[in-house]
Design a protein around this ligand. Structure first.
Ligand code: F6R
Length: 609
């Protein structure tokens, strides 16, 4: 994810900023850049790739200053490239900006800047709009220009701004993206994250939403959105750098589990226009194309494949097009029924999974239209697709995928809903109601996460089991597969998932005293069937933990214990039910002393067959 570092003081800004950026490298990035104020000018250097590439082009004694800002970029708008890297400058290079987050109305702002001021843009980013806007509004007072620019911006952002005419201050603003200010001696700092600053300072101001800071060498002034100065207590950081990288969480996996509400919000809001309808910016698929599809293949591996399993239910229900879900390593070697009326959806967090890429190429060769759901901008899957529907999970560092999965599910809902509405299969009422329900999901997920201790108690009691089952029907079966994979990959427990109706065709033979079964029972129409399945397995001595929606008290009569998720339409329950399973796996693995973020035998990106 993008990182920001800024410095002003008596020291060498270049060294300090580069060092700070290096401390943010663990979060993942694709390009880096720095801008220094030198002799009344802004001097910007940026490069695609690692910080070592940037260091090569700034290895120059003349390139030094005591004020500057730097950035590591995780591409969102526009592929990773030198020109899209931050900092971004205004037209005459007097204002420079680093930005984390999204400017939702950047197209609108960009068009106005071109039309009214004849501005020539250099990059494809939303961030350049901020620099150009501040440049146009600047009239001798950078703080005021930034305040006026922010009033026109919609979205989530943390920005750092420097101006060639004011080499004695950095202005920074926070709205829904992290920002801190570091308090030094004869120097001060800004950063998106505390680890960037820990080598230099431990006294920090935590900046709140809608606050602006004016940072000079000797002072940090904080202003609220009405321009009133704010008094903030100093936060003394006691964590070591390793704990700080994980934001205070013991593992990246737990941090990423907790980042899911935000990832879902970002993935959804990025795709909604100002009237709250789905917009497919950058996607060229037309109504005619959608009407021409007579089948859809969703192809992926592992967790991404499990997102596809839920996607099948969603898209078939909403768009009424037959969907086949396949494992990429199977699809690529079989003679599938792909033709020019096929939509091929590849799902991949990394966008580099070899089997998924090979399957995509095979489908393309046969004439399918390729839509990918990818987390890494500019990755191979993204580049080779006709259209890309990005997940906005941010970089996922733990090997076990969590936030990528839920954001992939969000994309499945948006794709299904968009296609269904375009084809006239779902009416306006359903379309609007479903979008409202999707908007409510992040807060419901926050409620689920509040029950973390209940789930960790379960893990404390059951972590020594050697065999754990997950069952469900409809979309719940898809989530069961994901719950089972999570558990086995990080705790090494032999876990098994199966569509509940299949139990009696063989697997029920394994049920006995000591078996632990998670029974996902969120689908109203299938609830009674699930209750029968639970009775069957309980009769064989298994211990059953039911997962259902609040209010379905019936489950308590049948299962030994119950986990409730907040009420929501049946279609959307996978976004919530998977989370207790992720949390359970995490705490089971922790109890078993496993290496949670880097489980044995697994790699984050599988680029071999
Ligand atoms: C499991 C996991 C893997 C990946 C799979 C595909 O937690 O992360 O199963 O989902 O290797 O990877 P991507 O999504 O990068 O194509």
């Amino acid at each position: 994810m993008c990182g920001i570092v800024g410095y002003i003081g008596d020291g060498k800004a270049k060294e300090i900023i580069i060092d700070g950026l290096k401390r943010l490298e663990y979060r993942g990035y694709d390009s880096a850049g720095i801008a220094l104020c030198i002799d009344g000018k802004i001097e910007t250097r940026k490069h695609v790739g690692g910080i070592e590439n940037l260091e090569k082009i700034i290895d120059d004694k003349e390139y030094e200053s005591n004020i500057g800002i730097g950035h590591t970029r995780w591409a969102t708008h526009g592929a990773p490239s030198d020109v899209n890297a931050h900092p971004h400058n205004n037209e005459d290079n007097t204002v420079t900006v680093v930005h984390n987050g999204i400017i939702e109305n950047y197209t609108e702002l960009k068009e106005a800047l071109i039309k009214e001021h004849g501005i020539k843009f250099r990059s494809e980013t939303d961030s350049e709009v901020i620099a150009q806007l501040i440049g146009v509004l600047y009239d001798g007072d950078l703080h005021e220009a930034v305040n006026n620019a922010v009033k026109k911006m919609r979205g989530a952002y943390a920005i750092g701004v420097v101006c060639a005419h004011e080499p004695d201050n950095i202005i920074a603003v926070r709205k829904d993206a992290p920002l801190v200010a570091g308090i030094g001696k004869g120097c001060n700092f800004i950063a998106s994250d505390i680890p960037a600053l820990l080598k230099y300072v431990r006294e920090i101001f935590l900046i709140e939403n809608n606050e602006t800071i004016v940072v000079t060498k000797n002072e940090i002034k904080i202003y609220d959105e009405n321009g009133q100065t704010v008094k903030r207590d100093v936060f003394h950081v006691t964590w070591d750098a390793d704990a700080a990288e994980k934001g205070g969480y013991p593992h990246f996996m737990l941090k990423e589990i907790h980042e899911q509400p935000k990832g879902l919000e970002d993935t959804l809001l990025r795709r909604l226009d100002k009237d709250g309808r789905i917009k497919l910016d950058g996607i060229t698929m037309t109504k005619k194309d959608i009407e021409s599809f007579n089948k859809i293949y969703i192809v992926a591996c592992g967790t991404a494949y499990h997102a596809g399993l839920v996607g099948k239910y969603t898209i078939e229900k909403m768009a009424r097009i037959p969907v086949e879900v396949d494992i990429a390593s199977e699809f690529r070697y079989r003679d599938s029924f792909v033709d020019e009326n096929t939509l091929f959806i590849a799902i991949s967090q990394s966008g580099e999974t070899l089997d998924t890429l090979a399957a995509l190429r095979e489908a393309k060769r046969k004439g399918a239209r390729i839509l990918s759901v990818v987390n890494v901008v500019g990755s191979s899957v993204a580049r080779e697709s006709d259209d890309v529907f990005y997940t906005w999970a941010g970089p996922e560092i733990a090997v076990a995928s969590t936030k990528a999965y839920t954001t992939q599910l969000m994309c499945m809902y948006l794709i299904g809903l968009y296609m269904g509405y375009t084809k006239g299969v779902v009416d306006n009422e359903y379309y609007k109601a479903m979008l409202e329900e999707l908007k409510a999901i992040p807060d419901k997920l926050r409620l689920v996460l509040k029950n973390e201790s209940l789930i960790s108690d379960l893990a404390d009691r059951f972590y020594h089991r050697e065999q754990i089952f997950f069952i469900g029907r409809g979309p719940d079966s898809g989530v069961s597969y994901e719950g089972s994979l999570k558990l086995k990959e990080i705790s090494y427990i032999n876990s098994f998932a199966i569509a509940a109706g299949e139990l009696k065709h063989g697997t029920i033979a394994l049920m006995e005293k000591g078996s632990l079964v998670f029974a996902l029972s969120t689908q109203d129409a299938l609830f009674e069937k699930m209750i029968s399945n639970i009775e069957e397995i309980k009769a064989r001595g298994a211990y059953v933990i039911g997962i259902t929606k609040e209010g379905n008290k019936e489950i308590e009569k049948q299962s030994d214990e119950s986990i409730y998720i907040p009420d929501c339409p049946d279609e959307l329950t996978p976004l919530l039910t998977v989370v207790p399973l992720q949390v359970f796996s995490y705490y089971v693995a922790k109890n078993r002393g496993c290496n949670i973020d880097k489980p044995k035998n697994l790699a984050k990106s599988v680029t071999v067959e």
